[in-house]
Design a protein around this ligand. Structure first.
Ligand SMILES: Nc1ncnc2c1ncn2[C@@H]1O[C@H](COP(=O)(O)OP(=O)(O)OP(=O)(O)O)[C@@H](O)[C@H]1O
Ligand SMILES: [Mg+2]
Length: 232
């Protein structure tokens, strides 16, 4: 997807969720610890669900195939909250260096994965536009549940040893659940999954807990692959 296409999608989503009235002073800080003051006040009136983890805020519109991701800005809160520095170690694998934009980190991992022919494992994160002071990225909307009979029966034919082998051989796989690895094996096959883990280990990717993968078009994909590194 191009940035122009991403912008068009982001603008359509903003139209359906009604958008924001005021600009946000992003540089001053935009952080999960200030959920009530910043995130809820900012997004509470929008017509969408709002989620957040340690490093990003995610707007999920009900009737749209994409979500909007907004990276937190911790530096602005540096003096306000004790653990802000912990969330500022996003690594930019293509352009180099570190910062606090975990969405940019994700977008760069996607580009790097694409260069290796591994993009099918990732829900694409791409920068879309600046909006009211916020950097907006988009990503295809994914589902966290796929209990189809076909999938369940395929998974049952795999031995738990298969997943354990990966967990022992690859640092990145060690942070994944067996279920996650099983689903990758079912959807992409052993050879491709091995390539994925080599790639993830190469870029020192981590933090693949079960909240960080989901299903896109009935296939398992990573939705949060920015990793987490302590900063400063
Ligand atoms: N593509 C998506 N489709 C649907 N929901 C999503 C998507 N991306 C994120 N979410 C929701 O938003 C939450 C936070 O997103 P994400 O994991 O990217 O943020 P994070 O701050 O990096 O999280 P973490 O605490 O794991 O570091 C997810 O756990 C999920 O509930
Ligand atoms: Mg996450």
């Amino acid at each position: 997807m191009t940035t122009n296409e991403a912008r068009t999608i982001a603008e359509m989503i903003l139209g359906t969720i009604d958008g924001l009235e005021d600009d946000i002073d992003y540089q001053k800080g935009f952080h999960r610890d200030y959920y009530e003051r910043v995130i809820e006040d900012t997004f509470g009136s929008l017509h969408c669900s709002v989620y957040w983890g340690a490093t990003k805020c995610v707007l999920v519109p009900a009737e749209f195939d994409y979500v909007i991701k907004i990276p937190f800005n911790c530096q602005g809160w540096e003096t306000n909250i004790e653990d802000a520095p912990r969330f500022c170690g996003a690594r930019y694998v293509l352009t180099g260096g570190e910062g606090e934009d975990y969405c940019r980190a994700e977008a760069e991992v996607y580009e790097a994965a694409k260069a290796e022919g591994l993009e099918q494992f990732f829900a694409e994160t791409i920068f879309a536009m600046e909006y009211k002071g916020l950097p907006l990225y988009i990503q295809p909307k994914c589902e966290d549940d796929d209990n189809s009979k076909e999938r369940t029966s395929k998974i049952k034919t795999l031995e738990s040893d298969d997943a354990a082998d990966f967990s022992q051989s690859y640092f990145s796989a060690a942070s994944m659940s067996e279920e996650m690895i099983f689903n990758f094996l079912v959807d992409y096959g052993e050879e491709k999954v091995e390539q994925l883990f080599c790639f993830l280990d190469d870029i020192e990717a981590s933090d693949f807990h079960d909240g960080n993968w989901a299903f896109l078009n009935k296939k398992a994909v990573l939705i949060d692959y920015a990793s987490y590194h302590e900063g400063w």
